[in-house]
Design a protein around this ligand. Structure first.
Ligand code: DQA
Length: 145
């Protein structure tokens, strides 16, 4: 199985940005964590990060014919990007929404995820484990769809 992990704006700043919310581990540590999962669970992984909405959309479209599923942490775009919602709806492979923090227990604006209805499943509030749960879901369920 080929899985694309797509991280949106400011995810490259974890470890530095608001560690009380996002933890003290860096983006490089997240990449290492994900690459280790790929070895342990025997799947192919590609990891991308962009601060730009259009690049995330390009990557989702690119993934459609090249990957079996996408793990997407859309960062703040989660809360207002209908363009990302449309991009997810446009492709046939499953997209799993993930977040490091629990967006339901933070500011009001974070409680809304406009991309969620387009995603197959959401995992949040467990730091790197949110990504692991999303990947395990794709490995177990994604292959069936
Ligand atoms: C986030 C939550 C978003 O609200 C925020 O804008 C982020 C990170 C998370 O992983 O918890 O950038 O997606």
């Amino acid at each position: 199985m080929n899985i694309l992990v797509l991280n949106g704006p400011n995810l490259n700043m974890i470890g530095i940005r608001e560690p009380e919310i996002y933890g003290s581990k860096t983006y490089q540590e997240l990449e290492l964590f994900l690459n280790n999962l790929a070895v342990d669970y025997h799947f192919n992984i590609e990891i991308k990060q962009s601060n730009l909405e259009g690049i995330l959309i390009d990557l989702l479209q690119y993934a459609n014919t090249r990957f079996d599923g996408v793990i997407l942490n859309a960062g703040a775009f989660t809360h207002y990007s209908y363009a990302l919602y449309d991009a997810i709806k446009s492709i046939q492979i499953p997209v799993i929404e993930v977040h490091l923090s629990d967006i339901n227990s933070r500011e009001e604006f974070r409680k809304i995820s406009v991309i969620r209805p387009a995603c197959k499943k959401s995992f949040m509030g467990e730091g790197f484990i949110s990504y692991e749960k999303g990947i395990k879901y794709l490995l177990e369920e994604g292959a069936k769809s």
